[in-house]
Ligand binder design. Structure first.
Ligand code: AVJ
Length: 335
């Protein structure tokens, strides 16, 4: 790498300011008694992240490519409207989609610094290195941490910020979690800042069902991989042939629910908990919810956090929303 590129890449640890449960606490609270539930964030070990990328390539899973197409079209608008000094991305991953914003900066003759926030330090380093080489004006400040621990621990930034929360991940939060997260975002925003939020929309149940039950079985492998994570992290003895993937659209709750279903009556020892799970044939573990929004629901979610929608980008079929929102009302004065 050229010297100049290296100097444009820094890394910071973000301390959690809110209590974050670890996998042992989550398993203890979620697995022992019904209704059984594990938070979806544990899907994303190295293999899980690869499987998620593979999901995005399936014919049926439309959100990623729909959002990316939207971003490609609206990036320039967003950059010209906001002229951000900083772009802060929650759950940045490989930052593939974010490149459209940097390309828009290129074209508009704007420069910005990029603050990708992710738990995976290695991914941050690799993608950060690529980015500083690709964009010779870009400063990348990697933020290593878990946004579930809140945002108050972010290093101070001067100037206008564009915050990104893409991919529809807001749908993996319960209503309460989503509200709490948006409150955190609102609390660090100042007048002129923006939040670009990607959210999946309510649509034909067949389309939704197919997206989480792809024919090639990648989503099933992604779901079942959670059992390998539990085996490794918690010294558990899950056998993945004893479980099957199930994803269904719960229209009333307006969410996809993804389960691991026990294929038999079985006992599964979890070493780190020193407990044995007793599962009936057909018993389910909820591994993910993925909420689907109406425009009205999305708007009230943002408004409740004190954020007003400034722009709403959607494809003709209305399958996905990218909304740009900003703090409501004037400057917040602090006493
Ligand atoms: C991109 C994390 C929001 O909920 O659609 C994909 C995860 N789960 N297939 C989603 C996921 C099953 C995805 N998120």
């Amino acid at each position: 790498m050229e010297e100049n590129a290296e100097s444009r890449l820094t890394s910071h640890k973000v301390p959690a300011r809110l209590p974050v449960q670890d996998i042992l606490e989550d398993a203890s609270a979620g697995l022992i008694d019904a209704p059984r539930f594990m938070p979806p964030k544990y899907f994303y070990d190295e293999r899980g992240s690869q499987l998620f990328d593979a999901i995005c390539e399936t014919r049926e899973y439309y959100p990623t490519r729909t959002e990316e197409a939207l971003l490609q079209v609206c990036a320039r608008d967003i950059i010209e409207q906001l002229r951000p000094d900083h772009i802060v991305e929650f759950g940045s991953g490989t930052a593939r989609k974010t490149r459209h914003l940097f390309d828009a900066c290129d074209r508009a003759g704007e420069t910005t610094s990029y603050w990708p926030f992710d738990v995976c330090e290695e991914m941050l380093r690799d993608s950060g290195q690529q980015l500083v080489e690709e964009y010779e004006w870009l400063q990348v400040n990697a933020l290593v941490g878990d946004y579930h621990g809140g945002l108050a621990g972010l290093p101070p930034r001067e100037g206008r910020c564009l915050y990104l929360f893409l991919g529809g991940t807001i749908g993996n939060f319960t209503g309460e979690e989503a509200a709490a997260f948006l409150d955190e975002v609102r609390a660090i925003m100042r007048p002129g800042d923006g939040l670009l939020l990607g959210a999946d929309r309510v649509k034909d149940a067949g389309v939704l069902h197919a997206a989480y039950n792809d024919e090639s079985g990648v989503t099933a492998r992604f779901n079942l991989n959670l059992l390998q994570v539990l085996n490794r992290e918690l010294d558990a003895e899950f056998c993945d042939t004893n479980f099957e993937h199930r994803a269904l659209f719960n229209a009333e709750a307006s969410q996809i629910e993804m389960y691991l279903v026990s294929r038999c009556r079985q006992s599964v020892h979890i070493g780190a908990l020193d407990r044995t799970l007793e599962l009936e044939d057909g018993e389910r573990i909820l591994t993910e919810i993925s909420r689907k929004f109406t425009p009205a629901r999305l708007e009230s979610l943002l408004n409740d956090a004190g954020l007003a929608i400034q722009r709403h980008f959607e494809p003709d079929n209305g399958w996905f929303s990218l909304v740009l929102a900003g703090p409501e009302g004037g400057p917040v004065t602090q006493s």
